[in-house]
Design a protein around this ligand. Structure first.
Ligand SMILES: [Fe+2]
Length: 155
C-alpha cells in the first residue's frame, strides 16, 4: 500500500504533548491500512473520519501553543493548516456523496498521509524552539507533565 507509516526520530519535536498527538496521527494511518486490508468498509470510513477530525483539532491545538509562544509565523502556519482543512474535508464530502469507501481511503492513505508526514517533518519543526521556550516552567507545562507522562517516566 505505497510507502510505510512508521514513526522515526525525524518526526520528533521534543515537545511531549505534540509528539503524542503526532504519534496518534500515525496510529490512525496504520488503522486505515488495517481496515483496508481487512476489507471492512464501515471501519474504513469510521477511521478515515476520525483521522480527519483528529488532525484538524490537533492543528488548532498547535496554533494555540504558537499563539501563547508569540510565534512570529503563526499567520502563515495557520494558512497552511487552513489549506489542509479544505483538502481533508473534501474527502468527507466524497464519502457523504457515496463514493467507494476504499477508493477514498486509499487516496487519504497516500495524499493526506504524505501531507501530514511532510508537514510534521518540516513546517512543524520551525515553531519548536519558540513553543519549547514558552512552555518551559509554565503552569501548562507542569500540568501536562503531571497528567501526560508515560508510566515509565513516573517515579
Ligand atoms: Fe502544523
Amino acid at each position: 500500500m505505497g510507502y510505510g507509516i512508521n514513526w522515526g526520530p525525524e518526526f520528533e519535536t521534543g515537545i511531549d504533548i505534540i509528539d503524542q498527538q503526532h504519534r496518534r496521527i500515525f496510529d490512525y494511518l496504520q488503522e486505515i491500512d488495517h481496515a483496508i486490508t481487512a476489507q471492512q468498509a464501515e471501519e474504513v470510513e469510521k477511521v478515515v473520519r476520525a483521522l480527519i477530525d483528529y488532525a484538524i483539532s490537533h492543528n488548532t491545538f498547535e496554533e494555540s501553543l504558537m499563539e501563547n509562544a508569540k510565534y512570529p509565523l503563526l499567520g502563515p502556519h495557520h494558512e497552511v493548516h487552513e489549506s489542509f482543512r479544505t483538502r481533508a474535508l473534501a474527502y468527507n464530502t466524497r464519502l457523504e456523496k457515496g463514493e467507494d469507501t476504499f477508493r477514498v481511503a486509499r487516496e487519504v492513505r497516500t495524499d493526506i498521509a504524505l501531507w501530514l508526514m511532510n508537514h510534521i517533518k518540516a513546517d512543524d519543526q520551525h515553531y519548536v524552539p519558540y513553543v519549547k521556550k514558552s512552555l518551559e516552567g509554565s503552569f501548562v507545562s507542569r500540568m501536562l507533565g503531571k497528567f501526560f507522562k508515560s508510566p515509565a517516566d513516573r517515579k
